[in-house]
Ligand binder design. Structure first.
Ligand code: SF4
Length: 256
């Protein structure tokens, strides 16, 4: 093994993912996340520095074993929060792009820092080898975001504008949770934000589900949304329409 190769802490790998970016994808879940989203269904990814230690070459070797399956897809790195290991992701994507693989990162954007030149340089390096960013907008309001995830959304919104300034293809994701984000005014704010992000190519609005409860039980953890029912798919569909209408209106009447 090359002495200089970085080690990534991998939670798990899904060989044929179909929901994390375009086409059939090789999905790498990295370990570690600083957020504590109340609806998180992967609390086993939170702890950093554990999991399987892998190099970028080892991951790519697995990818290329089934390469024909990914001709319309590529590699997605998710988590946890994959950009806790940003240098590793950049190394993996640099090697993947050199071999013509489509690269996608699914992130909350929480580690972005506009005021730290070193961190900004890291994001620039990542951006140069990333084809698509899946960005979670968990709540448009900073206080409500903190209540939902444990952190304000300021860096996340800055990251969204950073991606727009670099014309980086981005898909926005939003989870609708009954009693927390099932609010038309908040949906409209997401649409208004999107009006400032011409790089956004798609919007995925996902209904909250309760499939994570078992994991919390297994880990001996309290489930933060006990008693909150799963969201009906029609509500998520309606939320998506409200967001897109608000975006259109904001683009048509930018001063309002
Ligand atoms: S960002 Fe993702 S992995 Fe981290 S707590 Fe939120 S839902 Fe869970």
């Amino acid at each position: 093994m090359d002495q200089k190769e970085r080690i990534g802490h991998v939670h798990s790998i899904e060989s044929f993912g179909t929901v994390d970016g375009p086409g059939v994808r090789f999905v790498v879940f990295l370990q570690g996340c600083p957020l504590r989203c109340k609806y998180c269904h992967n609390p086993d990814t939170w702890k950093p520095g554990i999991g399987t230690e892998m190099t970028a070459d080892q991951i790519l070797e697995q990818f290329f074993r089934n390469e024909p399956f990914y001709h319309n897809g590529g590699i997605t790195v998710t988590g946890g929060e994959p950009l806790l290991q940003i240098d590793f992701v950049t190394e993996l994507f640099t090697k993947a792009k050199a071999r013509g693989v489509h690269t996608c990162v699914d992130t909350s954007g929480i580690t972005f820092r506009n005021d730290d030149p070193d961190q900004l340089a890291r994001f620039d390096a990542l951006c140069a080898v990333t084809d698509l960013v899946l960005l979670d907008i968990k709540h448009p309001d900073p206080e409500a975001h903190k209540e939902l995830t444990g952190h304000s959304n300021e860096n996340i919104l800055e990251f969204a504008h950073y991606l727009a300034a670099r014309h980086k293809d981005t898909w926005i994701r939003h989870v609708v949770v009954p009693g927390i984000t099932d609010n038309e005014e908040e949906w409209k704010k997401i649409g208004e934000l999107m009006a400032h992000l011409p790089n956004v190519k798609a919007l995925e609005v996902l209904p909250y589900h309760t499939m994570g409860i078992k994991k919390y039980e297994t880990l001996g953890m309290d489930y933060p949304l006990k008693g909150v029912p799963a969201l009906k798919a029609e509500v998520a569909k309606h939320a998506r329409e409200v967001i897109l209408i608000a975006r259109r209106k904001a683009l048509e009447h930018p001063g309002n």
